[in-house]
Structures are given as structure tokens and as C-alpha cells.
Design a protein around this ligand. Structure first.
Ligand code: DGT
Ligand code: CA
Ligand code: CA
Ligand code: ZN
Length: 577
């Protein structure tokens, strides 16, 4: 059981208690525990098995919590959680996933209007019944309807990091159970799409039946949807579905090509094949005139026979990649090894967990030449954002840490809030002392596109701003981007030599692939940043690189691939692109 799963159960306990209007002290303590566990830099299941003292010493994890963690790690469930789930209608819980709707309101709707499901909530809102309740009005009613709509649209998709982790663990599991020849994840996981609908695993092996039965007996399978001779489907934790296809060696490459998709890419490739006198399907590439199979075992052969270079899975989206490939004009996509530093991370000075020194050491270990420390500014009070004085102290600390850490350059930075009208949360005077200024929107998401665009554009005009942080504010599977005219923002960024962030946190991946491509085509530079809140999160960089690749970016588009001296010139706006 991963930390995330333990944290989710504690959060759900708190939610149910809150719906029941339970003891506020207990509610708070479960919430706090959930938050602590989610942010721990080590695994709680590991700690329970090897060194429970390590957990006990953390403040916020009391005896009772520790007992429950132990129970969860050892049995996969927790009695109190199971008991609570019996006491509220299960159909009430999905409502907790709605944006801007907490347990208090859900409890109110339940008590007053007997609303116990999303459908009933939608109906009550449609009949304008919600607005009559205390603390509710026309506006909040409309927001609920919008939240239901968003939820329905995003439901059933999962973050890429979960998709990759789960497919890798399924592959390792099958390799441990059967004699595998070849095995790979296909579908959106292989294309590294920002969210994944399900997992597609392809395998060739000695004994297909054994592969199918091992797969459907996976310990995390909560449901077996299908189990045939060459195909099976299961449902895993949190509702994610996984499909297994057992293939012949001689068609592994063709199946990998076919099931990697995307559908749009395959349609375009099939048309090309047809024009060239071939037929293509999941078994191979065949000559139309005599049906002879000319490729199938290796994916590369298919592209080669269609007179194309290998097309990286990340750009197989039917967005013109085949035409560009034909002209040999695909960009050389950025790779992990191109990255020389990370320009957005938080420390214990605000809502991070680790110190400047610890982040620097971890950055050096990741092979970086530089990192930037960019804590929050004062408007983000709940994160303990820094005011001018606090930032000056932070600057002095960074200078000191720099002197003691010759292995890596520690740049001085801030993630400054963009306030209501686009003014910044800190004075120009203090911003001028920094190497890197990331400016981000963290409040008032509900502006019209026009207002939001002019707010952001105004912020970009500040001469100290280097990077626009998570430019659209989206939270994958949870919150839609705010409305904003991205083209205008990109244009403004170019004029002012500002870079756009690809926030690599797997719940953001913001900018999106499509906007990355738009930005680079309009001559704007990007910066792939982990937005780490502890040392472990530096590894999120990889997800940002996937998004950049999906946005057709090469290393020259991304400033944190530049050597330090060139980076400094860009940050001082002496150079751009
Ligand atoms: P997802 O799972 O929604 O994140 O997206 P994918 O792309 O993984 O889609 P999925 O799992 O339905 O199918 C995997 C790939 O298989 C898909 O990208 C293309 C291929 N595929 C599936 N069904 C068809 C089809 O009817 N026609 C074609 N041309 N390709 C298909
Ligand atoms: Ca899929
Ligand atoms: Ca599938
Ligand atoms: Zn932020």
C-alpha cells in the first residue's frame, strides 16, 4: 500500500466524520495525518515493517494513527473506515470529489433535502432548491452544476504517473510469474499522455493460458471484467482498468504499433500504407497485391517499410507528425539527459518540507548544475508565504548555502503571487535582488477569459518576471484550467522575454502539450520545473519532459537545458531564444 492510498483513506475518514458532524478535533487530526503521510519522503509501509519508531517521532502521527497505519499496511483495510462507510450512503462520497463542495454542504443537502447522490444533487440544483438553504444562493447553485459537469467529464481518467507506475508493476509481476519473451505497455501510457483512461499491456510468452490466469489473479485486481484465450481485463485499485493481450512473437511489433495508437495516428498511417500498396493491422504489414506479410515482429520495420523514420510514441497523435516525418523535418525531441537544472522548488521556509541545503544536495545528486529556490510570497498566507523581510532573510540564507555547496549553483528566486489586477505580491525593489522570478496565479480563478488574460499579461510586463508558473491553473482529473486567451499570453510573454513554465507535477502538467507547441512555434521559451515541495519530488521532472516531447519541443526551446552562463543571460533578458 502506497502513502497516497493510506492518505486517501484517512482523508475519507475525515470526510465521513465531517458529513456526520463528528468531533472536530478527530476530524482535524485525521486530515492532518493524511496530509503528513501524503508528503512523507519515505514509504509508510516500509517504515511499519522495518522501523515504526521513525513514524512515531513525527508530530501529528499519534498512537491511534500509527495503529491504523499498521492495520492498513498489514491487512489492506482499517476497521474504523469500514464501519464509517456503513453509516453514510456510499452514493454520498463521490460528491466529495466536486470542486468547491465540502462535507459540510453535503451534510446540509442530505439533512435538509434528502440529497444522497450526484444525480439527486443535480436535480435539486436544477429545480433551484439549493439556493433556499442557509449560506447558499443562485451563484453557488450554478457553481455546483458546473462542478458536476466537470466531474463527469474528467471521471474515469487517471494521472500519468499512476499509469506508468501501475503498468511497470504489472510488467514486473508478469515477469515474475511466467516465462516472458517480450512485454511492453502500449496505449496512452506509452504515448505519455497527461492522463490515461486504462492500461494496455502486450506480451508474448511460452504459455498464453498461464499469462492470462496469472494476470486475472493479480492481488490488486478487485474485479475481472474478461478472461479469454488471448485477452483479459481487470480492474485495479482506485478503479483503474488494465487490459492484457497475449500475442505471437511474429506480430509483437505490429501489435505494439497498433495498440500504442493513437487512433488518429493509426488512421493516417493506414492511409499512407494503402497509398503505398500495403495493408496494415495489429498482425502485421501486408502487401495488397499478394497478401504477403512483410513486417510484424519489430515496430521499426513498419515505419521503415512505409519510408518513414521511427516516430516517437509521444507525438503519435495525428497532429501532422507523419507529414513532417516524411519530409524528415521532425524536431529532435528533448530528453531527460538534456536537463541541467530545476528552476521552481519550495523549502521549509514556506510549504516545502526540506531545507535549502537538502534541496541543493538532492539537486547535485540528480546531476544538475543549478537549482533555483522559489518559495511562496505573502499573499499565499496558508502556505506561510514570505514578505519582503522574510525574502531578504531567505536571500542571505541562500548565499550562505551557496558558499557551502560548491557542487551546485543555488539561484535566488521566488514564486510570487499575481494579485487580483495583475500586480505582483512583492515590491520591485526586492524582486530586483533575485536571479529568478516565477509569477503564478493562486487565487480568483473564476474571472472571465478577458479579465484573466489582462491580469496575467499585466504581470508579464513587470521587468523582473522570468517565468509564468503553471500558466492555466489546471489540476488534472480535478480542476479545469481557468479561462484565459493563451495566444495573447504567449504573445505577451515573447514581447517581454518571459518564459512559460511546464509545471512537471503530474497533477498539473501545465502548460499542456498543445500549448507547448503553440508557444514554441510563436518563439517563446519554456522552463520545465518540478515545483518540488520535498527532495523526492525532484523526480517529477520526467513528467514535464514527456509533456515537452508531446509538445514537439527540442532542448533549445527549454531554458533549463542551457549552461548556467547562457541561462543567466536569458534571466537578465539579455538573450532570448
Ligand atoms: P486511453 O486508454 O483512453 O488513455 O487512450 P488509449 O489511446 O490508450 O486508448 P485505448 O486503450 O482505447 O486503445 C489503445 C490503442 O489501441 C489506441 O490508442 C489505438 C488502438 N485502437 C483501439 N481501438 C481501435 C480502433 O477501433 N481503431 C484503431 N485504428 N485503433 C484502435
Ligand atoms: Ca489505454
Ligand atoms: Ca485499453
Ligand atoms: Zn504555484
Amino acid at each position: 500500500m502506497e502513502n497516497k492510498d493510506v492518505a486517501a483513506i484517512f482523508a475519507e475518514i475525515a470526510d465521513i466524520l465531517e458529513i456526520q458532524e463528528g468531533n472536530p478535533f478527530r476530524i482535524r487530526s485525521f486530515r492532518r495525518a493524511a496530509q503528513i503521510i501524503e508528503n512523507l519522503s519515505f514509504s509508510v509501509s516500509g517504515a511499519i515493517q522495518e522501523d515504526p519508531e521513525k513514524l512515531r517521532s513525527i508530530s501529528g502521527i499519534g498512537k491511534g494513527t500509527l495503529q491504523k497505519i499498521k492495520e492498513l499496511v498489514e491487512t489492506g483495510r482499517c476497521q474504523e473506515h469500514e464501519k464509517l462507510k456503513q453509516q453514510v450512503p456510499p452514493s454520498l462520497l463521490p460528491m466529495l470529489e466536486l470542486q468547491n463542495l465540502g462535507p459540510k454542504k453535503i451534510s446540509l443537502f442530505w439533512r435538509e433535502l434528502n440529497v444522497s447522490s450526484l444525480e439527486e444533487l443535480e436535480e435539486a440544483a436544477g429545480q433551484q432548491k439549493l439556493r433556499t438553504l442557509p449560506g447558499m444562493g443562485e451563484k453557488s447553485e450554478a457553481k455546483i452544476l458546473k462542478a458536476i459537469e466537470d466531474y463527469r467529464r474528467m471521471q474515469g481518467r487517471f494521472q500519468l504517473d499512476d499509469g506508468i507506475e501501475i503498468s511497470e508493476s504489472l510488467i514486473a509481476y508478469l515477469e515474475s510469474k511466467i516465462s516472458v519473451h517480450r512485454i511492453a505497455a502500449a496505449g496512452s501510457v506509452r504515448r505519455r499522455r497527461d492522463t490515461v483512461g486504462d492500461i494496455d499491456i502486450l506480451v508474448t510468452c511460452e504459455d498464453p493460458q498461464k499469462a492470462i490466469s496469472a494476470f486475472v489473479q493479480h492481488p490488486d485486481a478487485s474485479q475481472v471484467l474478461a478472461s479469454g484465450d488471448t485477452k483479459a481485463s481487470i480492474v485495479l485499485r482506485r478503479g483503474l482498468q488494465a487490459d492484457l493481450r497475449v500475442l505471437e512473437d511474429e506480430s509483437f511489433g505490429a501489435a505494439l504499433q497498433y495498440f500504442t495508437g493513437s487512433k488518429a495516428h493509426n488512421v493516417a498511417l493506414r492511409e499512407r500504407a494503402k497509398r503505398m500498396g500495403y495493408k496494415i493491422n495489429e498482425y502485421g504489414l501486408f502487401q495488397t497485391r499478394d497478401g504477403e506479410k512483410v513486417a510484424g515482429e519489430e515496430e521499426e520495420d513498419i515505419y521503415r517499410l512505409l519510408e518513414l523514420p521511427f516516430i516517437p510514441p509521444e507525438i503519435r497523435e495525428g497532429r501532422g507528425e507523419i507529414e513532417q516525418a516524411e519530409k524528415r523535418e521532425l524536431p529532435l525531441l528533448i530528453e531527460g539527459k538534456d536537463i541541467r537544472g530545476d528552476l521552481h522548488m519550495h523549502t521549509e521556509a514556506t510549504d516545502g518540507k526540506d531545507s535549502i541545503e537538502e534541496m541543493a544536495t538532492a539537486g547535485a545528486k540528480a546531476g544538475y548544475d543549478y537549482i533555483a529556490i522559489t518559495d511562496h510570497s505573502k499573499a499565499l498566507a496558508m502556505a506561510g508565504g514570505l514578505d519582503e523581510e522574510g525574502l531578504l532573510r531567505q536571500i542571505a540564507k541562500i548565499d550562505q548555502a551557496s558558499a557551502e555547496n560548491p557542487k551546485i549553483e543555488i539561484l535566488k528566486g521566488i514564486e510570487v503571487d499575481i494579485l487580483a489586477e495583475g500586480e505582483l505580491d512583492l515590491s520591485d525593489e526586492v524582486l530586483s535582488k533575485l536571479d529568478v522570478v516565477v509569477a503564478s496565479v493562486h487565487s480568483r480563478f473564476n474571472l472571465s477569459a478577458k479579465e484573466m488574460t489582462s491580469r496575467i499579461c499585466h504581470a508579464l510586463e513587470n521587468r523582473y518576471v522570468n517565468i509564468l508558473g503553471h500558466p492555466t491553473g489546471r489540476l488534472l482529473t480535478r480542476r479545469e484550467p481557468y479561462s484565459v486567451e493563451m495566444e495573447e499570453v504567449i504573445e505577451k510573454a515573447r514581447e517581454n522575454r518571459v518564459c512559460l513554465e511546464i509545471n512537471a507535477h503530474p497533477s498539473r502538467l501545465d502548460l499542456s502539450d498543445v500549448h507547448c507547441r503553440m508557444a514554441s512555434e510563436m518563439g517563446v521559451l519554456l522552463s520545465i520545473n518540478s515545483d518540488s515541495h520535498n527532495t523526492q519530488m525532484l523526480r517529477y521532472m520526467q513528467y514535464g519532459i514527456f509533456t515537452a516531447r508531446r509538445g514537439w519541443l527540442s532542448s533549445n526551446d527549454v531554458i533549463n537545458t542551457y549552461p548556467l552562463e547562457r541561462l543567466r543571460k536569458v534571466l537578465k533578458k539579455e538573450e532570448y531564444g
